[in-house]
Design a binder for this molecule. Structure first.
Ligand code: HEC
Length: 190
């Protein structure tokens, strides 16, 4: 009995020790990457499922049209009050929710330059401090799957739906390997 108790105590203290080790506060960069992954994974999972279910892309488009902003909002409600995550691009489809600001534009132009100069790597996370806020940027390249709705040969059926949902759409004619946009997390000092 005594041995059992001792064993339990030992296990517990090991657990506490490990816990203490792992609860080191995250840096703003690590925290930003965590939230970027939350949003990126949520969108990717749904998009892939919808594309598999209907290869014309219509179901997936309906999903993006109605749900992308909602999923973004949902993820944001799960974050601490000092953090936000969103998507933007130099050429946006949803100009109401996703338009870039000056800093976003500068960071994305730097990515475009590094892609042109072949120094770019998708792991190039940029961290920019602006006053109390640290922004963490992850670049999104145009992949083959993106072309269905953002490429040069979007089907007429999809084109028509995109035009009616987004009359100011600029997110067409992308080529594989070019910058489609970024996911950006903003972490306020706390
Ligand atoms: C099925 C169609 C479809 C596919 C495939 C698709 N998108 Fe989109 N994308 C959209 C729609 C619709 C929006 C606008 C969503 C909204 O209202 O926020 C959008 C918006 C975006 C945005 C936000 C900025 C903006 O333009 O409003 C980014 C970034 C983006 N897409 C990247 C990608 C990438 C990268 C891929 C490939 C991995 C991809 N998309 C594949 C339809 C699609």
């Amino acid at each position: 009995m005594k041995i059992l108790l001792l064993a339990t105590l030992l296990t517990c203290s090991t657990l506490v020790a490990t816990d203490l080790n792992t609860t080191q506060p995250l840096t703003a960069k690590q925290e930003g990457i965590k939230y970027i992954k939350m949003l990126g994974n949520a969108l990717k999972k749904e998009l892939q499922a919808k594309m598999m279910a209907d290869m014309s892309g219509i179901q997936a488009l309906e999903f993006c049209t109605r749900k992308a902003s909602e999923i973004t909002q949902n993820i944001n409600t799960k974050l601490p009050a000092y953090a936000k995550v969103r998507r933007t691009a130099l050429k946006v489809r949803n100009d109401v929710n996703n338009t870039a600001d000056t800093l976003d534009t500068q960071v994305m132009q730097a990515y475009v330059t590094s892609i042109a100069e072949k120094t770019f790597t998708p792991k190039d996370i940029k961290v920019v401090k602006e006053g109390n806020i640290t922004r963490v940027y992850k670049p999104l390249l145009t992949l083959p799957i993106c072309l269905k709705c953002h490429g040069t040969h979007v089907s007429p059926a999809l084109k028509e739906r995109i035009k009616s949902a987004y009359p100011n759409d600029k997110a067409m004619d992308f080529k594989i390997g070019t910058l489609r946009g970024v996911i950006v997390a903003e972490i306020e000092k706390h």
